[in-house]
Design a protein. Structure first.
Length: 133
């Protein structure tokens, strides 16, 4: 067993909603035990403000985050790559653990529609932390 901490990359198209909420949950739950990255195949200009509000409701602040472009280097540096609808734009490297989480896109939705997405992401992150830590 290695002492290196695991690293997780969350990828969606705009890196503005789902992947940012997932990264926020993982940072909150795992602290410094897991390295967390997020990126998008076509990053937006800013994080979805409704996703920010949904996370703030439960005490997780993601306001300082910015959408980032997906790079081969980010994928190569990650042990686990979790995609959320980026499809064929996600590069594939042998030896990485890939998961595709089918989640509704919070883009253009109100807070009442984003809360269930947030809660589904939370449940998946809790299970992931249990596997990795």
């Amino acid at each position: 067993m290695t002492d290196a901490k695991p690293s997780v990359l969350f990828v969606c198209v705009h890196n503005a909603g789902r992947s940012q909420m997932a990264a926020g949950f993982l940072r909150d739950f795992a602290g410094d035990r897991i390295e967390v990255r997020s990126a998008g195949s076509m990053p937006a200009d800013q994080i979805n403000p409704v996703a920010v509000d949904a996370m703030a409701e439960i005490g997780i602040d993601i306001t300082a985050e910015q959408p980032k472009v997906l790079t081969n280097e980010a994928v190569q540096a990650s042990d686990v790559v979790i995609t959320m609808g980026c499809g064929d734009a996600c590069p594939f490297f042998p030896g990485k653990r890939y998961e595709d989480w089918t989640l509704d896109d919070p883009a253009g939705q109100g807070i009442d529609s984003v809360r269930p997405i947030r809660d589904e992401i939370r449940a998946r992150i809790e299970a992931l932390v249990g596997e990795l830590v």
